[in-house]
Write a protein that binds this ligand. Structure first.
Ligand SMILES: [Zn+2]
Length: 434
């Protein structure tokens, strides 16, 4: 079995991995470079798939771990070149449908967690992990020679707002697979300790909303539905109504309410129009634009360009995110602009209003000690993150010669009794129009 990452190793984003066995291929994820706007002049960056161009007939399918853009944003372009079936969990499928429109809809298939599926000589199984979007998965791929566990993006959350904690018994059971290789998320491999549970925010967010004299505006990621659920719960308790602002936020929430991922038993969610009939201290607005993106709801509001909403004195604005690396200047501008217009801004450096979706060092160690793989490849990270994660693996009992510190394009080949580093194949970035 060969493992060939084409994106996401040596960089954050444009994740894509090739698994090859007996002239058959499975792909995991097809993302865009992140944050996407950095490349907006030349288009969006996706993994260069030259390596696959003469292997079209070998590709059995593509498995998608979760609905973030750095995992699905390149799928439309990928499917225009390779007409293969796509497998994902239900919510991820919904995010994919939104991305790719009506084209290739027949290629999309839903998987159930823990169910075994067969594609050619591959067997695969999705298992649930906690992350900052519901229905996230890790994937087990089995062949006659070796097995792969791909964690996707993950954290251990023992008290998640949506879904269940990671099933540690299942992870422990994986070590019975022969020649097991673990590919694990390195995004926060430099961060000591344990990543907080989503639920630790509840007390603080409640306190902020309770103390607010006027409207509360909360900007967060439109796919961070657990945060939206928390705001709905708190607002219900404090007898405020919630309206959502921003196209992607409205779309995601409507789908999540319809399909039961988010619950609103007391009909706390109303439209923005309905909220205009309420007193300011009865309103919470959840908006897109937690990064200050120029055309997002909070981006427009903070620049006084939003057609329906203006910051007014008495507003409390919670920026429930932290800046994505490379985005710090714009993030800071957004906060300054809101203050200038008379809003009270509450953000991560002054108050705990955000937790991350990726495991820190103790969580990464926990994953390795549960799965107990023979081989290890740190994935999803810049070189420095991969190096930090490789050290964690060594400290967690993986033999040093069985840890492969590689970047995009490298091949790791696993045979019956060993794994070796093979040749580097074509890799890089292709720029596309989204
Ligand atoms: Zn993610």
């Amino acid at each position: 079995m060969k493992i060939i990452p084409l994106g996401g190793l040596g960089e954050i984003g444009k994740n894509m991995m090739v698994v090859e066995y007996n002239s058959q291929i499975l792909i995991i994820d097809a993302g865009i470079a992140f944050p996407s706007e950095i490349n907006s002049n030349s288009g969006f960056g996706v993994a260069d798939t030259k390596y696959l161009s003469d292997k079209k007939n070998m590709i059995k399918g593509i498995l998608i771990t979760h609905g973030h853009d750095d995992h699905i944003g390149g799928l439309s372009y990928f499917l225009s070149q390779f007409q293969v079936p796509v497998y994902s969990t239900p919510l991820t499928k919904n995010f994919i449908e939104f991305k790719i429109g009506n084209k290739n809809k027949d290629n999309l298939h839903i998987v159930d967690f823990y169910e075994s599926y067969k594609l050619g000589e591959f067997q695969f199984q999705f298992f649930p992990v906690c992350h900052s979007i519901p229905d996230s998965a890790g994937i087990l791929v089995k062949t006659a020679t070796a097995s792969l566990v791909h964690t996707g993006d993950f954290k251990f959350d023992d008290n998640p707002t949506i879904g269940n904690p990671i099933n540690t018994e299942y992870l422990s059971s994986l070590s019975s697979n022969k020649n097991l290789i673990l590919c694990s998320d390195s995004t926060y491999a430099e961060k000591p300790g344990h990543t907080d549970s989503e639920s630790v925010l509840a007390t603080n967010l409640e306190e902020i909303i309770r103390n607010a004299q006027g409207r509360v505006l909360v900007a967060t990621f439109s796919s961070l539905l657990s945060r939206v659920q928390q705001i709905i719960n708190i607002s219900t308790k404090l007898e405020r109504k919630v309206a959502v602002v921003g196209r992607s936020m409205i779309r995601n929430l409507n789908f999540a309410l319809d399909s039961g991922y988010v619950r609103d038993p007391k009909n706390t969610v109303i439209s923005l129009k309905e909220s205009s009939n309420l007193h300011d201290n009865q309103i919470v607005l959840i908006t897109t634009g937690a990064q200050g993106e120029i055309n997002s709801a909070m981006g427009l509001i903070s620049n006084m360009r939003h057609s329906e909403l203006k910051i007014q004195k008495g507003d409390t604005v919670v920026i429930s995110s932290s800046p994505i690396p490379g985005n710090e200047v714009r993030y800071s501008h957004m906060i300054n602009n809101i203050f200038r217009q008379g809003g009270e801004v509450i953000y991560q450096s002054i108050s705990l209003v955000h937790v991350h979706g990726h495991g820190s060092q103790n969580d990464l160690k926990r994953m390795i000690t549960l799965v107990r793989p023979k081989y290890f490849i740190p994935i999803h990270g810049e070189t420095r993150h991969l190096v930090a994660h490789a050290k964690i693996a060594e400290n967690s009992g993986v033999e040093a010669q069985n840890i492969f510190l590689i970047e995009d394009g490298y091949t790791v080949e696993i045979t019956k009794d060993k794994a070796i580093l093979g040749p580097r194949v074509a890799s890089g970035t292709t720029y596309i129009n989204h």
